[in-house]
Design a binder for this molecule. Structure first.
Ligand code: HEM
Length: 393
């Protein structure tokens, strides 16, 4: 057995994700310790799953792998997640399905198709502004703004408030625990919630306000936590958008392939999703003893599903470390799987398609305009800043 590049324990070191090579470590873990036990330290003890089939099977078995006690690793001192049992992401069947039914209509292929043109207009406006300046910081100037404008529009945030909500979410994402920005955002959604209680409109907040489970309205706390869940979940979208552009900057021949043949757009979008795998992990808690790969996981144990590792599993993906816009098949797990499969997946794909096709239409070239900084996080992965120079057609 060759020694790992670094110990499996460092897979939870945000520094490794910011400036090291977690893929080298995941590769070693898939080969030598695919069901790895991590002792308690700042984080509670947990198991790591790194192989595609194990990750996929755990996603698809919510009866054994519960989401109710949290879906992200949290330092023990923080205690359990306050959203447990209340948000879409943190509930188990049967309540999860009932809660999801309240918002699901807003994310269907049909609903998202109706948003495709407004999304494209937004992308064009953001790119034209960047082209006028010649340079942009893609994460904030394009990807982040687009993600928040779109979810803001769906939730019923008036257009004049989009930029303010963008600023607060930005600050909340950036500091990760920025309480001030977080409180501003919550206060905003409290006001919007009361407004919609008096005057329902055709938007997601009104859907939550009128949402019932077993003929009972969901609570105000549930409404607010789900608003926060919906806004927070878009961080994955912005990271996939910016990470996708970074992938093309680092693989210019793939950008030229796409420019020469835009029928490759659908497979290119899937490859960006696999490559960026911006949701770095999902956590579950075992509800009963379960055996995986010869190891016995006890009831109550935490199990971490490493998505980028599953998406580079060499037994499933040919040449997994190659970014290939024509990759087929490409059954990646970037959106998770089973009951909790990302409700925003169609929306995310539509935004990715719009950004790539508008970049092709409006620019004749793009290049890095400075240093890329990656996020210090084990929850989400991708560029924190991406300075890009754009040349107009
Ligand atoms: C490329 C972008 C995206 C990626 C990679 C992504 C990834 C994921 C993953 C892996 C999950 C499953 C989490 C789990 O099972 O514990 C998830 C769930 C979810 N995502 Fe996304 N997501 C993206 C974009 C979005 C967008 C744009 C929204 C819009 C609001 C969104 C909303 C949600 C919500 C609400 C859930 C919870 C669903 C449930 O538990 O039933 N996501 N996402």
């Amino acid at each position: 057995m060759t020694a790992p590049v670094t110990t499996p324990e460092s897979i939870v070191d945000p520094g490794l994700h910011a400036s090291g090579d977690p893929h080298a470590l995941w590769r070693w873990m898939r080969q030598h310790s695919p069901v790895h036990h991590h002792e308690a330290a700042d984080l509670p003890a947990f198991w790591s799953l790194t192989r595609y089939e194990d990750v996929r099977a755990a996603y698809r078995d919510p009866a054994v792998f519960s989401s109710r006690h949290g879906v992200l690793l949290r330092p023990s001192v923080f205690g359990t997640d306050p959203g447990g049992g209340m948000t879409l992401a943190l509930t188990d069947p049967p309540r999860h399905k009932q809660l999801r039914a309240i918002v699901a209509d807003w994310f269907t292929a049909r609903a998202v198709r109706a948003l495709a043109e407004p999304i494209r207009r937004s992308v064009r406006a953001l790119l034209v502004r960047a082209l006028d300046r010649g340079e942009c910081e893609f994460v904030h100037d394009v990807a982040g703004r687009l993600s928040i404008y779109v979810i803001g529009h769906m939730m019923g945030v008036p257009e004049e408030d989009h930029e303010t909500v963008f600023r607060w979410t930005n600050e909340a994402f950036e500091a990760h625990v920025s309480l001030a920005a977080h409180q501003e955002l919550m206060r905003y959604f409290i006001d919007l919630m009361y407004l919609r209680m008096d005057e329902p409109a055709d938007d997601l907040v009104s859907a939550l306000v009128g949402g019932t489970i077993d003929d009972e309205l969901i609570s105000e706390e549930e409404i607010l936590l789900n608003c926060e869940n919906l806004v927070g979940a878009t961080e994955n979208g912005r990271l996939a958008l910016a990470g996708g552009v970074q992938a093309f900057l680092e693989n210019p021949e793939q950008w030229e392939r796409l420019r020469a043949d835009d029928t490759l757009l659908p497979t290119a979008v899937e490859e960006v999703l696999r490559w960026t795998s911006s949701a770095t992990h999902s956590m579950r808690t075992a509800t009963r003893p379960v055996e995986i790969g010869g190891r016995t996981i006890a009831a109550g144990d935490r199990v971490v599903l490493w998505v980028p590792s599953a998406n580079r599993d060499e037994t499933v993906f040919a040449e997994p470390d190659r970014f290939d816009v024509s990759r087929t098949p490409n059954r990646h797990l970037a959106f998770g799987g089973g009951e909790h499969f990302c409700v925003g997946s169609t929306l995310a794909r539509t935004q990715l398609t719009a950004v790539l096709s508008e970049l092709l239409a409006l620019t004749s070239g793009m290049s890095l305009a400075g240093q890329v900084r990656r996020l210090h996080s084990v929850a989400v992965g991708g560029p924190e800043t991406l300075p890009v120079r754009l040349i107009a057609r």
